[in-house]
Design a protein around this ligand. Structure first.
Ligand SMILES: Nc1ncnc2c1ncn2[C@@H]1O[C@H](COP(=O)(O)OP(=O)(O)OP(=O)(O)O)[C@@H](O)[C@H]1O
Ligand SMILES: [Mg+2]
Length: 324
């Protein structure tokens, strides 16, 4: 792998809830290399957001976080809130689905970009304002000079998300994490936002983590995929390998539920995601898996090389080669 920008090892996140400790992330491992776009998929509640909120130091203080998160070799676990503030926006940024809540309604767009620049770089107001307009141009905002003087309510949802991306990349971070950045936008605008992200990735060599439910987006934009289930990685590989011959029954289930030309009907994965206060012993997917055996109840499966993929299934060798 090229230079690793992000290296997550054995990350655990536990929340205390009224029904007991909820282990939302249960030993996540993930690498992201310079200039690489890694797609993270998995059903609702599988721990995608919590994993990266933990890496960003954005979880509520009651969350217990252990393990290792190296960003450019810096160990972030154990950093104070002040140290994390210096990392966020400078070395890594995260964008979310709702751009309006990320922007301040009473400040002009240009000033909000300039503020992010000046919070990490020694720039005069004039320099910051010039750079802010350049950044708005980079993310595809037309007439950036005029638009910089406007307020968030004067922007459409797609344009707001572009502004949020401009703020996120203002200080040329090594890593951009996008958590379902287009869920609130219509389909044509969604594609434009992914194109902006792709442009930034290729132009600035920014590593990108893209969290999405949309496997079509992953197939089109990602280099590698990380599949999460019940707070763990169950399969990782390049987009080509993983879409071509998925090994883990859960990945196969996700792909089988995708609409494809010539396919008569979608095959949803049966059952529901587990309750994370008391997940099944062993492989958490076994309660929904057509191939589960007694051995699957015993140990939590680790990611192991299987063909071109890393797969966390003790029965990977015995599964049918043809899957859908
Ligand atoms: N602040 C919190 N307190 C308690 N439990 C939480 C908290 N945040 C998340 N969780 C729980 O952690 C688990 C993982 O949540 P997470 O938000 O990471 O899921 P996700 O994979 O991002 O899902 P989605 O696709 O719906 O965004 C869920 O069971 C969720 O209810
Ligand atoms: Mg989420």
């Amino acid at each position: 792998m090229k230079n690793k920008v992000l290296e997550i090892r054995n990350l655990h996140v536990t929340f205390d809830t009224p029904s007991g400790p909820l282990e939302a992330v249960r030993g996540v491992d993930l690498d992201v290399a310079e200039g690489e776009l890694v797609g993270v998929v998995g059903e609702s509640g599988s721990g995608k957001s919590v994993t990266f909120l933990a890496a960003m130091g954005l979880l509520p203080s009651m969350a217990r976080v252990t393990g290792s998160v190296l960003l450019e070799g810096e160990q972030l676990i154990g950093y104070t809130p002040k140290q994390m503030r210096s990392v966020r926006g400078r070395l890594m940024s995260m964008i979310f689905q709702d751009p309006l809540s990320a922007l301040n309604p009473v400040h002009r767009i240009g000033a909000q970009v300039a503020e992010m620049l000046q919070s990490h770089q020694h720039l005069t107001n004039k320099q910051a304002n010039i750079r802010a307009v350049e950044l708005l141009d980079i993310v595809g905002i037309p007439q950036p000079e005029e638009r910089a003087r406007q307020f968030p309510h004067e922007f459409s949802g797609g344009m707001r998300q572009r502004v949020v991306i401009a703020i996120a990349i203002a200080n040329s971070p090594k890593l951009l994490i996008a958590d379902e950045p287009t869920t609130a936008l219509d389909v044509t605008v969604q594609a434009q936002i992914f194109e902006v992200i792709e442009r930034i990735q290729s132009h600035f060599k920014t590593a990108v983590v893209l969290i999405t439910h949309d496997l079509g987006v992953i197939a089109r934009f990602a280099d590698r995929v990380d599949v999460m289930y019940a707070g763990r990685n169950v399969e990782q590989g390049t987009v080509d390998n993983l879409f071509e011959h998925p090994s883990h029954p859960y990945t196969r289930g996700l792909l089988a539920s995708l609409p494809r030309p010539g396919k008569a009907r979608l095959l949803p994965i049966r059952g529901f995601p587990p309750n994370m206060v008391a997940p099944p012993t062993g492989c958490a997917f076994r309660t929904r898996c057509d191939f589960a055996e007694v051995i699957c109840e015993e140990n939590i499966p680790e990611l192991q090389p299987f063909g071109d993929l890393l797969t966390a299934c003790v029965r990977a060798n015995e599964l049918p080669k043809v899957w859908a």
